[in-house]
Design a protein around this ligand. Sequence first.
Ligand code: CDP
Ligand code: CDP
Length: 221
Amino acid sequence: SVSIPVVTLDGPTASGKGTVAARVAATLGYHLLDSGALYRLTALSATRAGVPSDAVDALASLAAGLDVRFGDDTIEMGGEDVSRAIREEAIGLFASAIAVHQPVRDALVARQHGFRRAPGLVADGRDMGSVIFPDAPVKVFLTASVEARAARRYKQLKEKGFSANIQDLSEALRERDARDTARAAAPLVAPQGAHRLDTSEMMVDQAVESVLGWCRDAGLV
Ligand code: CDP
Ligand code: CDP
């Protein structure tokens, strides 16, 4: 699978990774991996099973045993559509708390590699370019100001019908950024050779065009 091209998009919460990844994948006709969803799914099953964020072995076996199916607009776990449940901000926060554990991360590696199928893959997360697909021909590191990201996440949660508060969101976002960046296991960093894109002042279309431009430069299109 090593010759199959991968485009990696890493960056902090609400920098636009998921949105841009989906658009780039649709344009190129590539598969899509939302790696954050795997951490959120593990967090959701742990929450439901009453497994605390420091029970490393139990968390790793939940991660290894995830029974998940990614559809176009749904994510099913054990046959239940949990695509909405995993978007709760509390689940995102819990996901970042369990993502610090190396055994939890290890339990998800093979599953992530399994998404690399012809004709190609667009993968978004925190360690796609640095750890999971280090040989990816196109790596992108997305950033945006805390203010822009909090405003985006607020709008997104409201549109989904969740209650949200911009102050609480900014704080949760800073807490998650700090933990994701400071952790020893696969910290959030701009990978070697990554193109950096600050989307604070950018429309989604512009961000997508920049990434597609780098894909063209790399000969993927
Ligand atoms: O995946 P990640 O958490 O990085 O962010 P996302 O869920 O893709 O994006 C958060 C929100 O910001 C979405 O509603 C996007 O439409 C919006 N967005 C934006 O307004 N401008 C951009 N340049 C990128 C994303
Ligand atoms: O949508 P948002 O960017 O807020 O978060 P996400 O991508 O769904 O990821 C949720 C949490 O999972 C992050 O805060 C990270 O701690 C963790 N994560 C990770 O450690 N490695 C990844 N490749 C993706 C997510």
